[in-house]
Design a protein around this ligand. Structure first.
Ligand code: UDP
Length: 485
């Protein structure tokens, strides 16, 4: 019996999804929710914050929240100002809103027309509230298992007195901390402090981000019945095996775009368009249509990372000097002094590259990566971006800026060998050389493309109906999401 047939006879499965309200969390959560709805017969209530509801209505119109039969959207107040609808997603501002979400979540759930069978979230306060209400609750962690492992190890670094860092000189600001941690379980040899999430590299014992992270990691160890990861077994095997010794049940169910593609019968990337909080510019695909295969460098730093003006200028000249065509996603809030990023670009650069650049605020990234003209991805290494690049077989130039991006970059470059690391105090020559290496016929570039083909194939296999991620999804449905707590 197929999953769809099995689901047809199932009643009263009702999942409430409440992802952390940032683009990189909302998108995979919506993909997972769609899979449960389409393939496993779940009713879904998908909860946004008011801030994101306003953003969606602005960027996509009322249809964005219309839902479909059995799939409804809801929103709860978050206290963010209305005027801020399209502003940058400031991580600490977002984090500070999450505690206040819990009471609104409780009243929302109490008022839903049908009983709830499970709550899926990555917000600790929502998981605590769900458990307190006697509901089955599950963490959906949207980054790689290896980076979650790093987050989990932070407490140990604190217990061992390694963090907070003793010397200011050890801090990341430009110069990396290369202290090797050779005792780390489930991690490759040579892993360094610099490969950890950046909030660990603080000299301040009261650092707010460090405290939040430690608290939230304790929650994910003790509160949910399971942790679902947006990854696949093969790529994250060691971290999953190690974490199985101290986490609740673990299920790896990615890459979700490929699973959605299977579910919709296309066999390719699924319809994920409406999961973007910003409006995509589809005209860039037409521009790509006019380019040769593998000739374009796609540049994007995701939805949150910001650059200094100096970094932006060095990047611009690196792109110009590489002589390649490039498609650059430049958000209005891309520069960290709050200024207009376009105003930072030198006129000579604009003149020199006018025939071979396309700059846009936001694009349909998965389609861009899948386009045959795209030859490399200069990325901040957000996990969605890394997975999407692997699925598309596009080599990465890894320039991490925060959180799990350092771990992802380390694994992408040294373990999975699908990218070249640049980063920190990047200069134009370094950008140019890295682009030439992956776009050209250099040995490293060839090796990266060979490894990418292997990982892409493994990702496709994992997402097939008999593959590990598809099977893990069925397991978590049967073993956890449809079982009372
Ligand atoms: N994205 C997009 N268009 C863009 C830039 C990004 O659709 O112009 C999507 C991208 O496909 C990815 C997500 O936004 O799914 C960004 O998530 P990621 O984890 O890579 O980075 P974050 O924004 O969380 O730092």
């Amino acid at each position: 019996m197929s999953t769809l047939q099995a689901a047809a006879g199932v009643e009263k499965r009702h999942a409430v999804f409440f992802p952390f309200p940032a683009q990189g969390h909302v998108k995979p959560a919506l993909q997972l929710a769609k899979l449960l709805h389409r393939c496993h017969g779940f009713q879904v209530t998908f909860v946004h914050t008011e801030h994101n509801r306003r953003r969606l209505l602005r960027s996509r119109g009322p249809g964005a929240l219309a839902g479909v039969p059995g799939f409804r959207f809801a929103a709860v107040p978050d206290g963010l100002p209305e005027s801020d609808a399209d502003a940058a997603q400031d991580m600490s501002a977002l984090l500070s809103t999450t505690e206040a979400l819990a009471p609104h979540f409780r009243s929302l759930v109490s008022g839903l027309p049908s009983p709830v069978s499970c709550v899926v979230s990555d917000i600790e306060h929502i998981l605590y509230a769900a458990k307190d209400m006697g509901l089955q609750c599950v963490t959906f962690w949207i980054t790689s298992a290896c980076s979650f492992m790093m987050y989990q190890l932070c407490q140990r670094l604190v217990d061992m007195g390694i963090v907070p860092l003793r010397e200011a000189g050890q801090l990341r600001n430009g110069c990396m901390d290369s202290t090797v941690l050779d005792w780390v379980p489930g991690m490759p040899k040579g892993i360094c402090l610099k490969d950890f999430p950046d909030f660990v590299l603080t000299a301040d014992p009261d650092d707010a981000m460090l405290k939040v992270a430690l608290r939230s990691m304790a929650c994910h160890r003790t509160t949910p019945s399971a942790v679902i990861f947006h990854t696949f077994d093969e790529i994250d095997r060691e971290a999953i095996a190690t974490m199985s010794t101290f986490l609740p049940k673990i299920y790896a169910v990615g890459p979700l775009p490929l699973l959605l593609g299977q579910a919709s019968g296309t066999g390719g990337v699924g319809d994920t368009l409406e999961s973007n909080l910003s409006r995509e510019n589809h005209a860039c695909l037409e521009w790509l249509n006019g380019r040769r295969p593998n000739s374009v460098v796609y540049v994007s730093f995701g939805s949150i990372a910001t650059l200094t003006s100096e970094q932006l200028v060095e990047l611009a000249w690196g792109l110009a000097n590489s002589k390649q065509d490039f498609l650059w996603v430049m958000r209005d809030d891309q520069v960290n002094n709050g200024g207009d990023p376009a105003a930072v670009l030198p006129p000579e650069f604009l003149e020199e590259t006018k025939a071979r650049r396309y700059v846009t605020r936001w694009c349909p990234q998965e389609a861009v990566l899948q386009h045959e003209a795209t030859g490399a991805f200069l990325t901040h290494c957000g996990w969605n971006s890394v997975l999407e690049s692997v699925c598309a077989g596009v080599p990465m130039l890894c320039w991490p800026f925060g959180a799990d991006q350092y771990t992802n970059a380390r694994y992408a470059c040294s373990e999975w060998r699908v990218g070249l690391e640049i980063g920190g105090d990047v200069k134009r020559d370094e950008v140019e050389a890295a682009i030439r290496e992956v776009m050209g016929e250099g040995e490293k570039g060839k090796e990266i493309r060979r490894m990418l083909n292997e990982w892409k194939e493994k990702a496709i296999v994992a997402a097939q109906p008999s593959g590990s991620s598809w099977v893990n999804l069925e397991k978590v449905v049967n073993e956890v999401l449809t079982v009372p707590p």
